[in-house]
Design a protein around this ligand. Sequence first.
Ligand SMILES: Nc1ncnc2c1ncn2[C@@H]1O[C@H](COP(=O)(O)OP(=O)(O)OP(=O)(O)O)[C@@H](O)[C@H]1O
Length: 256
Amino acid sequence: MIRFDDVTKVYPGSKRPALSKISLEIAKGEFVFLVGASGSGKSTFLRLVLKEEKATRGVVRVAGKDVAKLSSWKVPHLRRTIGVVFQDFRLLPNKTVFENVAFALQVIGKPRHTISHTVPEVLDLVGLSGKEKRFPHELSGGEQQRVAIARAFVNRPAILLADEPTGNLDPTTSLGIMRLLDRINKTGTTVVMATHDDDIVDQMRKRVVELTDGRKIRDEDRGGYATGVIPPVPGPGTGSHPVQPTVPTVPRGQRG
Ligand SMILES: Nc1ncnc2c1ncn2[C@@H]1O[C@H](COP(=O)(O)OP(=O)(O)OP(=O)(O)O)[C@@H](O)[C@H]1O
């Protein structure tokens, strides 16, 4: 679904690459966490997928297509197959919940009758039925992020990119958002999420790709936020502070 072949990105005027020689494949339906310190290149990775930035070297493929070879009139089509969610929600403040989600369908020319039945469906999916008429300032942060996810998902994109979606939320609210992203992933949507949230990564046990200074230093199935330990599975009797087993982790592709 997403494939990087030896991709390097150097921003104009910068000496150090934001991404350096990244090769990686994300299959349809995968859930991948992108982790790494601030400035390690996570957002740049997402921008290259969206063709908001061009790779300096290497090839970025999305749904089998080399994005560098897409003519400019095909870029909106590429972006329609990708939903995006940000840390700061980016809702339209003077539109209601319904209108924020409906707008995503209006701009791609969906007819009114499609909008009137699709928007309530997706608002139900994200747990916001009954709040259609609220404005963003009348919602909690978690609810605003649910609206943003509804808007990103209403067109059933093949890929959902999330850049620090829990960055402004408390731990409990964050967990609710992660459950929602997990549900969306289970519908077949490929999810790539950049995050600094170690608790979330440790609890979810998904594929983890770690970047340092633009280089990929780890790609691990069911990984934790940090290298070297498999996160604990909370279970009966473990309480809220389960003992963390220190066992070798399994690099991607080497699992038996
Ligand atoms: N538009 C730009 N022009 C020049 N340099 C940029 C630009 N955007 C990002 N960079 C640089 O590229 C590097 C990677 O930045 P990027 O935003 O991808 O990192 P990040 O891992 O997403 O960071 P954060 O976790 O803080 O969002 C950084 O050194 C940053 O300063």
